[in-house]
Ligand binder design. Structure first.
Ligand SMILES: Cc1cc2nc3c(=O)[nH]c(=O)nc-3n(C[C@H](O)[C@H](O)[C@H](O)COP(=O)(O)OP(=O)(O)OC[C@H]3O[C@@H](n4cnc5c(N)ncnc54)[C@H](O)[C@@H]3O)c2cc1C
Ligand SMILES: *[C@@H]1O[C@H](CO)[C@@H](O)[C@H](O)[C@H]1NC(C)=O
Ligand SMILES: *[C@@H]1O[C@H](CO)[C@@H](O)[C@H](O)[C@H]1NC(C)=O
Ligand SMILES: *[C@@H]1O[C@H](CO)[C@@H](O)[C@H](O)[C@H]1NC(C)=O
Ligand SMILES: *[C@@H]1O[C@H](CO)[C@@H](O)[C@H](O)[C@H]1NC(C)=O
Ligand SMILES: *[C@@H]1O[C@H](CO)[C@@H](O)[C@H](O)[C@H]1NC(C)=O
Ligand SMILES: *[C@@H]1O[C@H](CO)[C@@H](O)[C@H](O)[C@H]1NC(C)=O
Length: 601
């Protein structure tokens, strides 16, 4: 990539204002620092995962000036974004939006905390770094529903997904043979990906399970080959220096000086200019008390606020369902009934198994000193254990045979269930603070069981005309019978896994759910009492075919019924992938960048 041309105007801005230069792009700390007289071709709302990609890619054309407006601070001011093992320390801090869902009937009326990154890089600056492309069925389904062949797996893998990936050896140069399939990886893209692992006796036991229970848990050499089914070594968006790779480090920090980033600044609305549906204006302010300012993009505004922020900005701008906007007192400019609708997320539930296997606990401060000094030790990994497990239920599994539900996945290459390992410890997992602790304080293997493809759909709805107030968020979690039926199978599947002969003398029954929780009704009650969203939400500003009677954006990421306005983030995905969401967001954002650049070049 070429980032050599420094624009004269920007140079001027450098000398006149003592701006802080922390990234490749030029960062302004508050609205008052923004240079006067710069005309921006593109204004990007939200410097998160999707927004960072678009900023970096459009910035490759040095004739264009790009402005990114991000509510939170720069990732460079947040040390805990760098060592992978500190990722658990980021939620519930100033770089978290601290969203909470409204009470969820399917979760016994509980509300669920919903963490989202509030800094440059968005969730890619605070997520778990798991690197999963999803299945080929996921991409083919998106392509089919959206009506864009370019999104097919066979088209994406050799082009845009390749552009995303910079595969490297992990920081400890550990052997990769038997851990990944090099033929599905490439080295020239942007986001660093590696397969670091720790040495722990549990590794060999799990691999043994793939032999003992090979039908349900086959060994999977590489979960990124389009068919993620089986037990695989994990892969992460971590670089060769054992640091997190995010859209901020991989795109924004590599951008040229024609990319300006205004941090600590909240976008309240997009504004129509010229006529009622041409939304190239953006209104913003440092906070609720500060004066609001405006900027108009010469070419386009791209909203990348994520699954909550994006529909919120649109609704505040008068783009949404007419009667709902009127009810709250927002003037309707575009009646777009799907904005904020069809929000969905995967469902996760904690399971604890009593064990005598060596724990994975470590001293946090010693580990940090080691990471600081040598980039080795426990903090080179986000978690404590090294595998990820995907299970596809057979056609005759209870949800489909006895209960007659339709398969919610995109096809035979897609799993229904994921297991991720948290730790082996007597401490509760950091991710599940609202979950009752095991009765005996013993050491447990802690895993999250996940239903990857729930069909329940919820919404993001305004609760007031104040753009700074959080909207009402609901996933309608576990409101559909098939969703809990698959969760139940996940519980049973995990128990089968730990009954493999290899675990006979080291894993003893479940502590959570308790061993006496066995019938479907008992399992359901347990699931509803502990389940929470897996933090992979999508769908709240869904992309649909040009002629569809629903959806928010067209296959070119344009907001239907408007001009000058696109959306590029997880909210456009109409379905979740068979895995974690960041790679699909990177892929979609690369696609959007191609379409936008092509239109204006
Ligand atoms: C804790 C956690 C762990 C995760 N772990 C993984 C994982 O291991 N692997 C994986 O693949 N995925 C993971 N994910 C999911 C993945 O990171 C997200 O799906 C993806 O990054 C979302 O990208 P996005 O562009 O849609 O939104 P975001 O990255 O959230 O970007 C939105 C940006 O817009 C900004 N913004 C919002 N509203 C406004 C406004 N009004 N004004 C200005 N700025 C605004 C936000 O601050 C943010 O920077 C995880 C998510 C979380 C929360
Ligand atoms: C989120 O909550 C934490 C802890 O309660 C708080 O310190 C932080 O400031 C909050 N984040 C924001 C953006 O308000
Ligand atoms: C509004 O303006 C945009 C561009 O300036 C144009 O594409 C669009 O057709 C106009 N819409 C109306 C309703 O005039
Ligand atoms: C939600 O998505 C489905 C397609 O998956 C669509 O049929 C439906 O109309 C959408 N609902 C809204 C309100 O957009
Ligand atoms: C590690 O480095 C960071 C950043 O330089 C510093 O804040 C922290 O105190 C260091 N920690 C240890 C234990 O060395
Ligand atoms: C909506 O606003 C009302 C009145 O201010 C408040 O009581 C309620 O908690 C809000 N709901 C949400 C989901 O924020
Ligand atoms: C399981 O056993 C515990 C403790 O003995 C008891 O409190 C609980 O009600 C039992 N649950 C079921 C479903 O039998």
């Amino acid at each position: 990539m070429l980032f050599s041309t420094v624009k004269f105007r920007t140079l001027l801005a450098f000398t006149l204002l003592s701006v802080q230069i922390t990234t490749g792009a030029v960062v302004f700390q508050n609205p008052d620092e923004l240079p006067q007289g710069v005309e921006y071709d593109f204004v990007i709302v939200g410097g998160g995962t999707g927004g960072g990609v678009v900023a970096g890619r459009l910035g490759e054309n040095t004739n264009w000036n790009i402005l990114v407006i991000e509510a939170g601070p720069s990732n460079e001011d947040v040390f805990a974004t760098r060592p992978p093992g500190l990722c658990r320390e980021l939620p519930k801090t100033r770089v978290d939006w601290n969203y909470t869902t409204i009470p969820q009937e399917g979760l016994n009326g509980r509300s669920a905390a919903y963490t989202r990154g509030r800094m440059l890089g968005g969730c890619s600056s605070h997520n778990g770094m798991v690197y999963t492309r999803g299945s080929k069925d996921d991409w083919n389904r998106w392509a089919r529903v959206i009506g864009d062949e370019a999104l097919n797996w066979d088209n994406m893998l050799p082009t845009l997904l390749k552009k995303v990936e910079r595969w490297t050896e992990d920081s400890e140069n550990q052997p990769e043979q038997g851990h990944i399939d090099p033929s599905v990886h490439t080295h020239d893209g942007t986001v660093s990906a590696t397969a670091p692992y720790s040495n722990h006796p549990f590794n060999e036991m799990l691999i043994e399970t793939t032999k003992e229970l090979s039908e349900e848990f086959p060994f999977k050499l590489d979960m990124n080959d389009g068919r993620p089914i089986g037990i695989a070594w994990n892969q992460f968006t971590i670089d060769h220096n054992a640091e997190r790779s995010s859209s901020a480090t991989a795109y924004v920090e590599k951008a040229g000086k024609n990319v300006h980033v205004l941090v600590n600044t909240y976008v309240t609305r997009v504004l129509s200019v010229e006529n009622g549906t041409d939304f190239r204006g953006v209104e913003f302010a440092a906070d609720a008390q500060s004066q609001r300012k405006q900027v108009v993009a010469k070419k386009e505004v791209i909203v990348s606020g994520g699954i909550i922020g994006t529909p919120q900005v649109l609704l505040n701008s008068g783009i949404g369902k007419r009667d709902e906007l009127e009810a709250v007192g927002v003037k309707v400019l575009v009646d777009s009934p799907s904005v904020g609708k069809n929000l969905t997320d995967q469902v996760s539930a904690l399971m604890l198994f009593q064990t005598t296997i060596q724990d994975t606990d470590y001293d946090r401060d010693a580990a940090l000193a080691q990471w600081n000094e040598t980039r080795t030790g426990p903090l080179v990994l986000p978690g404590h254990l090294n595998h990820i497990i995907y299970v596809r239920l057979p056609e005759d599994a209870a949800p489909f045979s006895e209960l007659g539900f339709t398969d919610p996945t995109g096809g035979d290459n897609s799993p229904h269930i994921e297991f991720v390992f948290s730790q082996i410890s007597s401490q509760p997992p950091a991710t599940a603070t609202d979950v009752p602790l095991p009765p005996s304080g013993g050491v447990t293997i802690q895993i999250l069981a996940v239903n990857l493809h729930p069909i329940s759909r919820g919404s993001v709805v305004l609760n007031s005309t104040d753009p700074f107030e959080h909207p009402a968020i609901s996933f309608n979690m576990l409101s559909e019978g098939v969703d809990i039926a698959i969760m139940r199978e996940a519980m049973k599947s995990a128990r089968r896994m730990y009954s493999a002969p290899v675990f006979k003398n080291s894993v003893f029954g479940t502590v959570l759910p308790a061993a006496n929780v066995t019938t479907d009704d008992e399992l359901d009650a347990y699931i509803r009492s502990v389940a929470s969203p897996f933090l992979h939400g999508v769908g709240s500003a869904a992309m649909s075919a040009r002629d569809a009677g629903w959806g928010v954006v067209d296959p070119d990421f344009r907001v239907k019924g408007t001009s000058g306005l696109r959306i590029v983030d997880a909210s456009v995905l109409p379905y979740v992938p068979s895995g974690h969401t960041q790679v699909p967001v990177y892929g979609f954002a690369e696609r959007a960048s191609v379409l936008i650049a092509r239109m204006w070049e």
